[in-house]
Design a protein around this ligand. Structure first.
Ligand code: HEC
Ligand code: HEC
Ligand code: HEC
Ligand code: HEC
Ligand code: HEC
Length: 458
């Protein structure tokens, strides 16, 4: 090919490129939304002008309407200095642009033409959008100008727009006072449910709580690649599998509460890891104790736990110092201590029935004959439970019980149902450095007060 031909060919290519870029921009998804908004707003102003008895006021409204019709279409963005965010949401959600619409109200009932809800509850007043932008609360992709990408419903976008009550995760990020904050009721409920169920017995939050499983203090930051893809395929929400664009941390948390975790993270007791069999997730199945609404609340709460550099101190509202309630007697305080440290996470609500513990030797298991199939052994292993404390604490003196709780029981000291099966992932953590002596005394007093009395008269 001669140089001249190459020159023509490359010019033609360049032109085609320009034409494509021009058309693509011309057909940009956001443009019809913005022009509709301008046209609809102009229409409203004309309607008001027609109903206006004062001719001078009517004329002014018509001028405003004409002004809206002439507005050039443009990409609009809110730059949030200090948070390093560029939010273009108002390019489509034009009624939420505080510059052109300071009241943030519109007469339109559809997104993206709606005004912003809850302004009357001081939401926008306390967080002017010109200063906060949108994604600090909503997540999503600030820079994107297509709805799908902006809302973050795309594969591998780590911070998809928070749906429904999950948006209250954002309140948790900035408000140390979220437990009493207007508008953060779901997140506050989530924290209550977390503590009620004893999640803190296994999961610390920023080092406070049990160290049996992962610290959830930065669960919102967990990269999806650290959650094996095949596990998401096992998650069911409202009985349905999740489409790949909904594989996100909110659904991972929710999925742990709306499924049996042993099915979400089954591992494989028949497989081997470093030559050892692996037990399935030791996290209890909470479906009988946590309603769907509460599961969403816990998700809102946990999704706000982040180490994101999002929150320089000037965006953060500190909370009150926690206060310990007062109790009538030692036993009542002991029951509170039991809940506070999450003993119920393993020993059951109010210590009534121990929770599942894979391959632990316990009551209710059938001895199996030699040569029983692996399947039969598995089924029996699954019946293992954590101790039901009222059945066992009667054999302890007060001091022995305090010692037992202080020292815990390491994995190596456990009795297995099936010697070749996996070692139960759960053990009794030592509480020595976590619970004060005074608390331990009262805890022991309460546990002894609920000990089952032996019928035989001893
Ligand atoms: C290209 C236009 C466009 C952009 C950009 C855009 N949106 Fe939207 N948004 C829409 C449309 C259209 C709807 C209504 C249909 C829907 O829900 O997808 C909507 C709906 C919503 C809803 C309601 C969702 C629901 O399920 O009820 C929220 C919240 C929202 N957008 C927030 C945002 C935020 C935050 C941003 C910026 C990160 C943003 N949007 C950027 C077009 C856009
Ligand atoms: C301080 C936090 C906060 C900020 C900042 C914020 N929002 Fe919201 N937004 C909320 C809350 C809370 C809701 C209500 C959620 C609910 O109760 O359903 C909401 C609701 C919405 C909805 C859904 C409206 C509906 O009823 O369908 C849209 C759309 C939306 N916001 C867009 C935006 C856009 C665009 C911005 C930026 C200009 C923005 N928001 C800034 C907290 C915020
Ligand atoms: C980026 C951080 C940030 C996020 C996210 C955020 N807030 Fe705020 N909020 C603030 C700051 C800072 C103030 C204090 C404003 C002031 O005192 O001038 C405030 C003030 C408030 C106030 C008024 C003061 C009060 O304590 O009564 C309310 C109500 C409020 N926020 C509710 C919410 C709710 C609900 C959410 C979640 C939907 C939320 N905020 C999300 C930073 C944030
Ligand atoms: C008996 C101990 C135990 C209790 C109690 C417990 N968990 Fe777990 N949890 C685990 C273990 C072990 C894992 C890791 C295996 C898995 O993913 O299921 C886990 C995993 C998780 C994960 C996924 C973490 C990640 O990084 O992938 C979340 C979220 C979670 N738990 C939330 C909760 C909540 C909420 C509660 C209380 C309602 C709770 N857990 C109670 C043991 C426990
Ligand atoms: C991560 C799960 C877990 C948590 C949280 C936990 N325990 Fe345990 N606990 C166990 C296991 C497993 C055993 C049984 C060890 C064995 O097989 O000997 C046990 C044993 C005990 C025993 C001895 C029971 C017996 O059979 O003699 C007492 C008492 C006890 N726990 C009290 C507590 C108290 C009080 C708390 C809260 C401060 C607590 N546990 C928190 C898992 C847990």
């Amino acid at each position: 090919m001669g140089y001249r031909k190459l020159f023509y060919a490359s010019n033609a290519l360049l032109l085609a490129g320009f034409a494509w870029a021009f058309l693509k921009d011309h057909n940009a998804e956001w443009k019809p939304y913005q022009s509709n908004f301008n046209r609809m707003t102009a229409g409203e102003l004309d309607k008001r002008a027609a109903a206006e008895p004062d001719p001078q006021k009517a004329a002014a409204l018509r001028v405003q309407a004409a002004d809206w019709r002439r507005r050039p279409l443009e990409i609009k963005q809110i730059i949030v200095g200090g948070l390093d965010r560029y939010d273009r949401c108002i390019t489509c959600h034009a009624g939420m642009d505080e510059y052109s619409n300071p009241t943030l109200k519109t007469p339109f009932a559809e997104n993206p033409y709606k005004g912003h809800p809850k302004i009357d509850e001081a939401l926008a007043k306390a967080h002017p959008f010109t200063k906060f932008g949108c994604t600090v609360c909503h997540q999503g992709q600030g820079l994107a100008t297509t709805a799908e990408a902006a809302h973050g419903w795309v594969k591998h976008w780590e911070r998809p727009m928070l749906k429904g009550t999950h948006i209250q995760a954002s309140c948790v990020k900035c408000h140390g006072d979220f437990e009493t904050l207007r508008g953060a009721e779901a997140a506050a409920l989530g924290k209550k449910v977390f503590e009620r169920q004893g999640c803190q017995g296994c999961h610390a939050i920023n080092g406070v709580g049990g160290a049996v499983s992962v610290d959830l203090g930065d669960i919102a930051d967990k990269p999806l690649e650290r959650i094996a893809g095949y596990n998401f395929k096992r998650v069911r929400i409202d009985g349905k599998e999740l489409p790949e664009e909904s594989w996100n941390i909110q659904n991972w948390i929710l999925g742990h509460l709306t499924n049996d975790p042993a099915e979400v993270t089954p591992n494989d007791p028949m497989a081997r890891y470093n030559a050892e069999p692996i037990a399935p997730s030791a996290m209890p199945d909470f479906r009988q104790e946590i309603s769907r609404r509460e599961a969403d609340a816990v998700t809102a709460y946990l999704s706000g736990l982040t180490k994101e550099e999002l929150i320089p101190s000037r965006w953060y509202v500190p909370g009150p110092r926690p206060r310990e309630p007062r109790f009538a007697d030692a036993a009542a305080h002991g029951r509170y201590v039991f809940r506070k440290y999450g003993c119920q996470g393993c020993h059951g609500l109010d210590a009534k029935v121990g929770r599942r513990r894979f391959n632990a030797l316990g009551p209710g298991q059938n001895k199996l004959a030699d040569g029983a199939t692996e399947e039969a052994l598995m089924a029996e292993m699954e019946k293992g439970l954590e101790p039901t404390l009222p059945d066992v604490v009667g054999t302890y003196t007060h001091e022995e019980l305090v010692k037992k709780i202080e020292n815990g029981v390491p994995l190596a000291a456990m009795d297995l149902f099936h010697p070749k099966g996996p070692v139960p992932a759960m053990y009794m953590p030592p509480w020595k450095d976590k619970i004060s002596k005074a608390e331990l005394d009262d805890l022991s007093t309460w546990l002894l007060s609920i000990a089952k009395k032996d019928d035989s008269g001893f």
